[in-house]
Design a protein around this ligand. Sequence first.
Ligand code: FES
Length: 149
Amino acid sequence: MALYNDKVMDNFLNPKNVGEIENPDGTGVYGSPVCGDMMQIQIKVENDVIKDAKFKTFGCGSAIASSSMATSMIIGKTIDEALEITNKQIVDELGGLPPVKIHCSVLADHAIKSAIYDYAQKNGKTYKGLEGFDPNADDDDDHHDIGEE
Ligand code: FES
């Protein structure tokens, strides 16, 4: 029985946006409190639009697939639009993940917000979607919203 669908496998085997950005405008690093895997996402921003995003993930296949999808989703979006993206949307775009792997998508969601937080801090900006966000918080609770729907 296949545990992962074709879209997840494709984003895992042929991940998009792998690597680092030279002189990034924001960098976010997040380690999962569940498994200890790490993810870094960097962004390039122009006029509040995310022009480029790259990731490095020291984690499982689902985390790699999630970061590939998540970076693809935020490129071309405004910061406000990117902040609205939830880990559930990342999972939906991937066509689903096994329940025990949902926390891997939280890694991508949190790393994006951390990168934007870094950009906001460096540029003295505030965004509604960052209110109350703590880049160092172990907010794995995020993934519970999936099961509740
Ligand atoms: S098991 Fe750690 S991110 Fe997937």
